[in-house]
Design a binder for this molecule. Sequence first.
Ligand code: HEC
Length: 129
Amino acid sequence: MHRQVGRRVGFVVAAFLLVAATAQAEGDAAKGEQVFKKCMACHTANDKTNKVGPHLVGIVGRPVASVEGYKYSESMTAHAATVAVWDEAALNAYLENPKAIVPKSKMAFAGVKKEDERADLIAFLKTKM
Ligand code: HEC
């Protein structure tokens, strides 16, 4: 009897940890909205208005350097030949260290160094389709 309860508790704890781990890997869009404040001087994701940087509507899964009418740097245009699409992995690497991924880009931004902040940010950007 006692053992059975113990097993059940163990199962509940394991299920909880699994859900928690999945949630973390997915990122928290509400927290990501706060992280996005770092980007707002140069980007909007609410509508297709270009500021200093191109708009970020639908950026997760969007082809690299593909906003019509936005004048990308040569290095960003060249990057599109290497990495065609901003999928989550490509965004995660770029946002950690933009200058390492796209040298000589005109995006003057040091990057988001914390992995959980990047996951939250990407979760937020996914809501902007
Ligand atoms: C100081 C201004 C500035 C800040 C801050 C900034 N960016 Fe940028 N971003 C740019 C510019 C300018 C470009 C175009 C780069 C080029 O053409 O070389 C760009 C390009 C991009 C691209 C590529 C878009 C495409 O169409 O291929 C992504 C993705 C991006 N930024 C995301 C972000 C995110 C997310 C943040 C915040 C964490 C951020 N940027 C912060 C200026 C900025």
